[in-house]
Design a protein around this ligand. Structure first.
Ligand code: C2E
Ligand code: CA
Ligand code: CA
Length: 410
C-alpha cells in the first residue's frame, strides 16, 4: 500500500512589522510587504502553494516535506534568501521572517492545521526564533497560559495581587533612597507566587494594563504616607508606553494623593528599543515632562545601541544583576560595570546596581562611584508593613487591598 505524502503547512509573517512601520511609515511598509512576498515566491518550488492571509502573513504548503530535517533544510534556504538586504531608495533595509509549521498527511489540510501552524508561530514569536514546528506540548503550554490568565483576572479582582517593596540604598552612606515595588500573587491557600511566574505571561496579554495601572495607583498611595525624600519605582512593560492612558493614570494618582512627581520612578527595560522606539521615546519624554523619573532597567542585557543612548530621555540606569553578581571574580564583568557607571555619569544619569548580594560587592561599587545599590545583601522584597517596620516608617495604616478599594473610586 502506498503511504500518502507528508506536507508541511506554514504561516509565515514579516518579522517585526511594527518596528518597520515605526521607522519607515505605512507607505513604505507596503513596499516591504511586496518584497517579503516576492522572497517567499522565490523560495517555493513549483509544486508548493502560497496564499496571502492579510496582516503581513502568508500561508504556504510545502509538499513532500515531512521530517524536521527536511524542514530545517528548507528554512535554512529561506534564511539565506532573507540575508540579502532589501534596497529602498538605494538604502539597505534588513527584512526578516517568522514562521510556524504544522505537518499534515497528504492534502488533508484543514482549519485545524492552520490553527496549529498559528500556535507554532506564536511560540516562535515568544522564543524570538525564526520558526517553530507545532507539537502537542505547545497545546499544553497554551492551555496553561489560558488558565493562568483567567485566574490572574480573578486574583486582581479579589485583591490577591500585592506589591512587595525592596530597598534602594545610597551606596555612600547606606541610607534608604526608596524602594522598588515588585508584584506578588498571594493565593487563597497562602502560596506566594513570584513575579517571574506570572508577569511574562501577563505582559503578552491585555491583563498587564489593569495590573500596571493598579500598581501605579497603589505605589503612589503608599508614597503619600512615606517621608518626602523617598521614591518608589514601578515596573512598566514596554507596550504600555504606547498606551495613551498611562499619562492620565500617573497624573491622576499623583494629584489625588498630592505626591510630588519626582518621587515616582518608572522602570522600563531596553526592550522599549525593539517595539516602536520613536513613539516610546516620545512617550517617555512626555512622562518626564510631568516630572516623574524614568529608569532604564536590566541595562546591558538588551538591544540598545549607543546612538539611542545618546538621546535617551531617562534619569537613571540600572546595571543588570548578571554583571554585578560575579564582578569580583570576573574582571570582564567588573570592567562592564565600571564602563556603564562612567558612561552614565558622563550623561548626568544616576546609576543603580541590582543584585548586590555581599558586603564586598557593595564596597567595590562604592569605590567605583555607583550611586545606588539594591539586592539581597540589604533586604529581599517585603510586604509594605514589614518594609515600613524595618526602615522606621510609621504611616497611618493602609493595606494594598484598601488602596485598591480607594482607587476603584477614582
Ligand atoms: P526586575 O525588575 O529586574 O526586578 C528585580 C528582580 O530581582 C526581582 O525579582 C527581585 O526580587 C530580584 N532580586 C533583587 N535583589 C536580588 C539579589 O540580590 N539577588 C537575586 N538573585 N535577585 C534579586 P522578582 O520580584 O521575582 O521580579 C522579577 C521580574 O518581574 C522583575 O525583574 C520585573 O521584570 C518583573 N516585575 C516584577 N514586578 C512587576 C510589575 O509590577 N510590573 C511589571 N511589568 N513587571 C514586574
Ligand atoms: Ca525593575
Ligand atoms: Ca532589573
Amino acid at each position: 500500500m502506498m503511504s500518502s505524502v507528508q506536507n508541511m503547512v506554514g504561516v509565515i509573517e514579516l518579522a517585526d512589522a511594527d518596528i518597520l512601520l515605526d521607522r519607515h511609515g505605512r507607505l513604505t511598509l507596503e513596499d516591504f510587504q511586496k518584497a517579503f512576498c516576492q522572497r517567499l515566491e522565490d523560495w517555493l518550488r513549483p509544486r508548493d502553494e502560497m496564499h496571502y492571509l492579510g496582516d503581513n502573513r502568508v500561508c504556504v504548503t510545502l509538499r513532500g516535506v515531512g521530517s524536521s530535517g527536511e524542514l530545517a533544510l528548507a528554512t535554512a534556504k529561506l534564511e539565506s534568501i532573507f540575508k540579502n538586504p532589501h534596497y529602498q531608495f538605494g538604502r539597505p533595509v534588513q527584512l526578516g521572517f517568522r514562521a510556524g509549521f504544522a505537518s499534515v498527511e497528504g492534502d488533508r489540510q484543514s482549519e485545524e492545521t492552520l490553527r496549529q501552524a498559528n500556535l507554532a508561530l506564536r511560540e516562535a514569536r515568544a522564543n524570538s526564533s525564526n520558526y517553530q514546528v507545532y507539537t502537542p506540548h505547545a497545546e499544553t503550554r497554551a492551555d496553561n497560559q489560558r488558565k493562568l490568565l483567567q485566574s490572574l483576572e480573578e486574583a486582581l479582582a479579589r485583591g490577591e495581587i500585592q506589591l512587595y517593596y525592596q530597598p534602594k540604598v545610597q551606596t555612600m552612606y547606606r541610607s534608604l533612597a526608596g524602594a522598588e515595588a515588585l508584584m506578588r500573587w498571594r493565593k487563597p491557600d497562602g502560596e506566594l507566587v513570584p513575579a517571574g511566574d506570572f508577569i511574562p505571561v501577563a505582559e503578552e496579554h491585555e491583563i498587564i494594563r489593569p495590573l500596571t495601572w493598579w500598581a501605579i495607583k497603589t505605589a503612589v498611595a503608599r508614597l503619600a504616607r512615606w517621608p518626602e525624600d523617598l521614591t518608589i519605582a514601578v515596573n512598566i512593560a514596554p507596550q504600555l508606553l504606547l498606551d495613551d492612558q498611562i499619562l492620565a493614570v500617573v497624573e491622576d494618582a499623583l494629584a489625588i494623593h498630592c505626591v510630588s512627581p519626582q518621587r515616582l520612578v518608572l522602570e522600563v527595560t531596553e526592550r522599549i528599543m525593539v517595539g516602536s522606539p520613536t513613539t516610546m521615546l516620545a512617550q517617555l519624554a512626555r512622562l518626564r515632562l510631568i516630572g516623574v523619573q524614568v529608569s532604564l532597567d536590566d541595562f546591558g542585557t538588551g538591544y540598545s545601541s549607543l546612538s539611542y543612548f545618546r538621546d535617551l530621555p531617562v534619569d537613571e540606569i540600572k546595571i543588570d544583576c548578571c554583571f554585578v553578581r560575579n564582578m569580583l571574580e570576573c574582571g570582564k564583568d567588573e570592567a562592564i560595570v565600571k564602563a556603564v557607571i562612567d558612561l552614565a555619569h558622563n550623561f548626568s544619569l544616576k546609576v543603580v546596581a541590582e543584585g548586590v548580594e555581599t558586603e564586598a560587592v557593595a564596597e567595590r561599587l562604592k569605590e567605583l562611584g555607583c550611586d545606588l545599590i539594591q539586592g539581597y545583601f540589604f533586604d529581599r522584597p517585603m510586604p509594605p508593613d514589614a518594609f515600613e517596620a524595618s526602615y522606621g516608617i510609621h504611616p497611618p495604616g493602609l493595606s494594598d487591598t484598601q488602596a485598591l478599594r480607594d482607587h476603584a473610586l477614582m
